[in-house]
Write a protein that binds this ligand. Structure first.
Ligand code: LLP
Length: 422
């Protein structure tokens, strides 16, 4: 199993895969496949690593988990108990947090095209910070906050103009991006000046997110330097006390043994120390720091279990091994060409039909990016905590799939089916 030396949280016992203390073959039997499995223990470990690393430097920080990586109401409960913040970017994510009783003060609201409905909802829920992306949004937030008779604290999302070494689909810190205000082209400065004239928004800091699945800490350092120099230049527009800086997410994970992201501790230390020395140099107050990690918290905590079906050998070319999943539950390979490591969960020898295949590192951007392509119902998500499984999301049924179809004759058909006439 040397090809799995980079994978966390598993052991092979009597040829069987145990993940987070649970027998994965029993999970596949009890819950069915495909099955998304999430180690809540591993998630907690990652949350603690982030928070403890910050705490060793300061108490002025918030680790706002990026909900887009994976979010359910049950998962919000876990985040709450780890004293995490939360980054949301849609009304759906907002509702999820609200329904779970998440403290809205700890919520950051993102998005490059927030609708009037979403802005009103976020104001009504009392989200802590809006991360404002464009001037249209700025005036909408100000107007709706005025109608609600409140002053909304905001960050501006700025683009420091950095090109990172990651898949070009997830590069977001360079100038040619739909996200945020450019620093180089003067748009960020213009937004700051406009906001100073508005009564119902209060600029408390800046945000930048330079990309995802990043391994190189020097890109983060460069972004911090650029954003802080820019802030120092316009310091009269920011609060003298209680300044905030949000450095986004982006720390990478080990999908394969060739991926070498720095450890969470080193990443946090670098962000903190770079900010500290740069602010000192610029004669600024050390800001309250936010980060928004998604992938590095949930990706390694997830595995997907499949049942092996048809095995097709194309002589001289390759052997195709089919499983009962697809790009509907595993979208990242089709979208980004991502490579994953997998193992047979029920034995160490070659695959045969009905074996269970476990694919590692599928906790981030799988459930959240899944679809019903091919009219496939989404699998269940099972959380593992202290060796025990609990259902986080029940599996979709065929009825769920048909639920939104408008078709009177079909409805009659279903009624018949429900009376048990088949
Ligand atoms: N903050 C902002 C503003 C973001 O846009 C993102 C991710 C994050 C935080 C969290 O970044 P992370 O720590 O997870 O790298 N669908 C792609 C990933 C897109 C990431 C988008 N933004 C994938 O499957 O790889």
């Amino acid at each position: 199993m040397s090809h799995l030396s980079h994978i966390e949280g598993f052991v092979i016992r009597d040829g069987k895969l145990f993940f987070s203390g649970c027998d994965t073959v029993a999970l596949a039997r009890d819950f069915g496949t495909p099955l998304w499995v999430l180690s809540e223990d591993l998630v907690r470990e990652k949350c603690k690593k982030y928070c403890d690393s910050f705490r060793s430097h300061t108490s002025k920080f918030s680790v706002a988990y990026a909900g887009k990586a994976f979010l359910t109401t049950g998962f919000c409960g876990l985040l709450k108990s780890e004293e995490m913040g939360l980054d949301v970017c849609s009304a759906g994510e907002l509702h999820t947090a609200k329904a779970a009783g998440f403290n809205m003060d700890r919520v950051l609201f993102h998005g490059n095209n927030k609708t009037r409905m979403e802005i009103s909802l976020a104001l009504r829920f009392g989200v802590g910070r809006f991360v404002v992306d464009n001037l249209h949004e700025l005036s909408l937030v100000n107007q709706l906050a005025k109608e609600a008779n409140l002053v909304q604290p905001i960050f501006f999302r700025v683009t420091p103009g950095i090109t990172t070494h990651t898949h070009h689909y997830v590069q977001t810190g360079h100038l040619d991006t739909k996200f945020g205000f450019g620093i180089d082209n003067g748009q960020a400065e213009e937004a700051i000046r406009v906001s100073a004239g508005l009564q119902n928004v209060k600029l408390v800091g800046l945000h930048c997110h330079i990309g995802s699945q990043l391994f190189d800490l020097s890109s983060f350092k460069a972004a911090i330097h650029i954003v802080l120099e820019f802030m120092a230049k316009l310091r009269e527009f920011f609060p003298k006390q209680g300044l905030e800086l949000d450095l986004g997410g982006g720390l990478g994970v080990r999908y394969t043994s060739e991926d070498y992201p720095p450890p969470i501790e080193e990443y946090v230390d670098t962000l903190y120390m770079t900010t500290q020395s740069k602010t000192k140099e610029l004669g600024m107050e050390m800001p309250f720091l936010w980060v928004e990690p998604g992938r590095s918290i949930v990706a390694p905590a997830g595995i997907t279990l499949y049942t092996v079906g048809a095995i097709k050998e194309i002589p001289g070319i390759r052997t195709f091994l089919s499983v009962d999943g697809s790009m509907a539950d595993h979208p990242r390979t089709a979208l980004y060409g991502s490579i994953y490591c997998a193992v047979l969960a029920n034995k160490v020898s070659e695959a045969s039909p009905d074996d269970i295949l476990a694919v590692f590192c599928t906790g981030a951007y799988h459930y959240s990016m899944s679809s019903n392509y091919n009219r496939l119902p989404r699998p269940a998500v099972v959380g593992l905590s202290k060796g025990k499984p609990r259902l986080l999301v029940r599996p979709e049924t065929f009825e769920d799939l048909l639920r939104h179809d408008e078709n009177p004759s079909l409805e009659r058909g279903l009624e018949t089916a429900n009376r048990g006439n088949f």
